[in-house]
Design a protein around this ligand. Structure first.
Ligand code: UGA
Length: 428
């Protein structure tokens, strides 16, 4: 396909990545947001989110004239051939996805969309949303297409440009093909299907990943009780190609803006059609239990009682490579520590400012000062390179609880400290 005229509504990490990447594929893209200040910053190439490669792509898009930013959807869609909806779909009442932002956009643009222009959902929307948008639009000349994204925060640009697959669904197969063709320059298999199936692919994939992690966290717990080592267990499992080696690292629980929201939403969707998705509900419960177990492990490391204990926390973001704190397991753990009366001092290379229940510092060694225990909650590479002998000198206690199995246990032990990982034998 040649260059298509595209409008992207919403400039969060999904919308901005989609807009900048589609422009880099040669399309003419107008990105829209309601936040005028943000649009003004983007129009001069300033990107607020930490996403490798995104700022460069935005600058390139601006300088080639293929990418522009505006406030107000009506003008942006007036001559578009395709409109991508990338507005937030947060968790609403009872766990169901809140579609008010999507509905507001449809309401705003319904009467100005040119005939034949495709409306494409990119953010994760519940099964049935394409149909709902068709009903809201009330126009038979506008195809509605589901084209879910599979972008991870922190690798969104590379995930977009090197996808495992492109999934496109619509009841109008010509429209689905047109959207699939926007990506022809990317070498990836495409699944072209009906709208409901495309919508469900996204949930089924994210929920599968969440279940995989809950399973691994439970196996890690079992390893501790049985004297086995999760590192060898997952290595042995991962060579089985049916299982695969990725997404097998135990941690303080899965978080972020997607997996928690999508697991709840799918349980809710299943319930709405009379199906009790107890397998998925159990994975959600396991994720809560994991945080409780981490807190119990930290309590054990400081002699059994957290009241008055000084805990130094390394890492607050929900995973390394992002400054995103949404549904971060680290925040749940620190909140529980504070609720038990611990004094929490925390450092994260990408997070600053004030946060409730803790003192946030801008130097990892400040976290260690007089700490009874140090707890690693996010897998930032720089934590591996800390001077652990110096930390041993300035700490009060001697335990390092490594909930990401990130550090080298021998290095910690050699510094005279005791390393406590997840599902692995303690060192020191
Ligand atoms: C997730 C999916 O991986 C993407 O494919 C999807 O497109 C995205 O949601 C979305 O729906 O938009 P993301 O939320 O950015 O991406 O984060 P992940 O990298 O998947 O990590 C999710 C959580 O699992 C994090 O808390 C992470 O620390 C944890 N995790 C991941 C582990 O504990 N162990 C692992 O081995 C992998």
């Amino acid at each position: 396909m040649g260059s298509a005229r595209i409008a992207v509504i919403g400039t969060g990490y999904v919308g901005l990545t989609t807009g900048a990447c589609l422009a880099s594929l040669g399309h003419q893209v107008t990105c829209v947001d309601v936040d005028a200040a943000k649009v003004a910053r983007l129009a001069v190439g300033q990107v607020d989110i930490l996403e490798p490669g995104l700022e460069e792509l935005v600058s390139r898009g601006l300088s080639t004239g293929r990418l522009s930013f505006v406030v107000g959807s009506r003008d942006a869609v007036a001559d578009a051939e395709g409109v991508f909806l990338c507005v937030p779909t947060p968790m609403g009442a009872g766990g169901a996805a809140d579609l008010r932002a999507v509905e507001a956009v449809i309401d705003e643009v319904a009467d100005v969309l040119p005939a034949g222009c495709s409306v494409i959902t990119k953010s994760t929307v519940p099964v049935g949303t394409a149909q709902r948008i068709r009903d809201l639009l009330g126009r038979t000349d506008i195809p509605v297409v589901a084209n879910p994204e599979f972008l991870r925060e922190g690798t969104a640009v590379s995930d977009f440009l090197n996808p495992d697959r492109i999934v496109v669904g619509a009841d109008d197969q010509d429209a689905a093909r047109w959207v699939a063709d926007l990506y022809t320059d990317l070498s990836a298999p495409s699944v072209v299907t009906d709208a409901a199936s495309a919508e469900l692919v996204k949930y089924a994939a994210n929920c599968f990943l969440a279940m995989k992690l809950s399973y691994v966290n439970a196996v890690a717990e079992l390893c501790e009780r049985l004297g086995a080592d999760i590192a060898s267990v997952t290595e042995g499992m991962g060579y089985d190609r049916r299982i695969g080696r990725s997404f097998l690292k135990p941690g303080p629980g899965w978080g972020g803006s997607c997996l928690p929201k999508d697991t709840h939403a799918l349980v809710q969707v299943a319930e709405s059609v009379g199906f009790d998705f107890s397998l998925l509900s159990a994975a959600i419960q396991e994720n809560i239990a994991q945080r409780d177990r981490i807190v119990a492990k930290i309590a054990g490391a400081v002699g059994g009682t957290l009241a008055g204990a000084r805990i130094g926390v390394l890492g607050l973001a929900f995973k390394a490579g992002t400054n995103d704190l949404r549904d971060s397991p680290a925040l749940s753990v620190t909140a529980m520590l504070a609720a038990h009366g611990a004094e929490v001092t925390a450092y994260d290379p990408a997070v600053g400012g004030e946060l409730p229940g803790m003192r946030v510092v801008d130097d990892p060694y400040q976290v260690a000062k007089a700490a009874d225990a140090i707890v690693v909650l996010t897998e930032w590479d720089e934590f591996r390179k800390l001077d652990w002998a110096y930390i041993a000198d300035i700490m009060h206690g001697d335990s390092v609880v490594d909930t990401r199995n990130l550090l080298d246990p021998t290095a910690i032990m050699d510094a005279g400290l005791c390393w406590l990982g997840l599902g692995r034998p303690r060192a020191g």
